[in-house]
Design a protein around this ligand. Structure first.
Ligand code: SF4
Ligand code: SF4
Ligand code: FES
Length: 278
């Protein structure tokens, strides 16, 4: 017992030391990947010192660097509030949203910013999302139900869903298409025809929606040699997802339906519980 208390006290001391250091830290170095496909500029890193406060995000720091040190740094961003999905990049080697990552959460005085892996590179921190969005579109990410077509507005009626119905797909609908999961996926790195965790999780999102009637078609869409069974469930996609979507869970649930045992709700609940414990 006393050993546990001592351990906790040591951890608490360490945390306080880290926080004190954070308050004292007034600047950091950003090590930024630079290259330009259009001009043929070779890959290299530029290091820039920027002032920081406790609330400074990596995006704030990059925008300071762009505004006051080097206007030519290429970054993609928009909302600055983890909603648009534009600012995905590798920060200290891990795919993250720059606007959702505080400098104070990262150890060390130098923060490395690089473009996402598994995407063709455009310039500096900006990558090409064309294929990623193609994979998303291939999953037909919309409700398919002839009663949803507005042919005669006077005959419109609502779709009734219970809270349990909504629960089945809700977390998967939080995806902001930032590409962090796609960047972390080892299967995408090996096979560009593999739809990737984002698209497959969306396939499950519409499959699980009780308003959708394209059940069989959706299973067929993901069932080919580059399809869902290429996923070997390492789970790195879920680890890096900033919105808690857990694409690996969606993929496993969809696989379960394809194998024909998913009508057993208990098995789905068990699988979900096991994945949560991971
Ligand atoms: S599943 Fe998560 S990590 Fe992947 S694109 Fe959607 S929000 Fe981003
Ligand atoms: S669980 Fe599947 S989709 Fe997710 S990173 Fe691993 S291989 Fe890719
Ligand atoms: S700027 Fe929109 S998610 Fe970061």
């Amino acid at each position: 017992m006393s050993e546990t208390i001592e351990k906790l006290e040591r951890l608490d001391k360490k945390r306080k030391e880290h926080e004190k250091k954070e308050i004292e830290r007034s600047s950091i170095y950003l090590k930024i990947f630079r290259a330009n496909r259009a001009t043929g500029e070779q890959a290299h890193y530029d290091t820039v010192e920027v002032p920081v406060q406790r609330s400074t995000t990596v995006l704030d720091a990059l925008l300071y660097a762009k505004g006051y040190k080097d206007h030519s740094i290429g970054i993609r961003y928009s909302c600055r509030m983890a909603s648009c999905g534009s600012c995905g990049m590798k920060i200290n080697g891990i795919p993250r949203l720059a606007c959702y990552t505080k400098v104070s959460e990262l150890y060390g005085d130098t923060i490395t910013c690089e473009p996402l892996s598994n995407f063709p590179h455009i310039r500096d921190l900006a990558t090409d999302f064309t294929q990623f969005f193609e994979h998303h579109k291939d999953m037909q990410p919309y409700i398919q139900n002839e009663n949803a077509d507005i042919k005669d507005p006077s005959k419109l009626s609502e779709f009734v869903q219970s809270p349990e119905d909504v629960d089945k797909f809700l977390q998967f609908s939080y995806c902001i298409k930032c590409g962090c999961c796609y960047s972390a996926c080892p299967t995408v790195a090996m096979d560009t025809k593999f739809p990737g965790p984002q698209a497959l999780a969306q396939a499950y999102r519409y499959f699980a929606d009780s308003r959708d009637a394209a059940t069989e078609e959706r299973l067929e869409l993901v069932d080919d040699r580059h399809g869902i069974f290429r996923c070997h469930f390492a789970g790195s996609c879920s680890t890096v997802c900033p919105k808690g979507v857990d694409p690996a869970l969606g993929i496993q649930l969809l696989k379960g339906h394809m194998l024909g045992y998913s009508s057993n709700e208990k098995k789905i609940a068990d699988l979900k519980e096991r994945l949560m414990r991971k």
